[in-house]
Design a protein around this ligand. Structure first.
Ligand code: PNS
Length: 163
């Protein structure tokens, strides 16, 4: 069975992430969406909240597992026995960061390959950071994120007094 791990901060999940997942399921029989706590990024949602939003947005799909982990992605791949990492690629700006990570991961665990899927043009400009910024400043992000995320984002911003 072809299995891939789709890792990310998913803080929060966007429709762009969902499109990458849908495309990924054309190539892979099973995908593990893995929420990572990224120490370089200050998260708005806890990793439990991110997992819950992803599960709610995907619904019941036996081909998709949603999980969370701390530590190195390559250690997680080893534990899961998975040898493919799936990442979405948007603009040129993503390329250098992704190339660096893919090569570092290859150095750490040469048996793993990173596989990229090009972002859909409708979501080329969508990122979790921009979605959060726009939402914080009162913009409408309902077309950019799944309904479950839009609801939780509004509630989170209201409770933290930033909307
Ligand atoms: O959605 P993001 O923030 O672009 O995802 C980046 C992520 C989480 C995939 C990356 O930071 C990661 O793999 N973090 C886990 C820790 C790790 O393995 N770091 C070394 C990466 S080369």
């Amino acid at each position: 069975m072809t299995v891939a791990i789709y890792p990310g901060s998913f803080d929060p999940l966007t429709n762009g992430h969902l499109e990458i997942l849908r495309s990924g399921l054309v190539a892979f029989e099973r995908i593990v969406v893995a929420v990572v706590s990224n120490p370089r990024k200050q998260g708005l949602f806890s990793s439990e909240e991110r997992v819950a939003m992803i599960r709610e947005s995907i619904g019941d799909d036996p081909r998709v597992e949603v999980d969370a982990f701390d530590g190195l992605l390559m250690d997680y791949c080893r534990r899961k026995g998975v040898r493919v990492v799936l990442r979405g690629l948007r603009a040129v700006a993503d390329f250098e960061y992704e190339l660096q990570m893919a090569n570092m991961n290859r150095h750490l665990y040469p048996e793993v390959e990173t596989c990229f899927i090009m972002a859909h043009d409708a979501f080329f400009y969508v990122s979790s950071s921009l979605v959060k910024e726009v939402a914080r400043l009162g913009g409408d992000v309902r077309a950019l994120v799944p309904p479950a995320v839009a609801r939780r984002l509004a509630a989170k911003l209201a409770s933290s007094g930033t909307s």
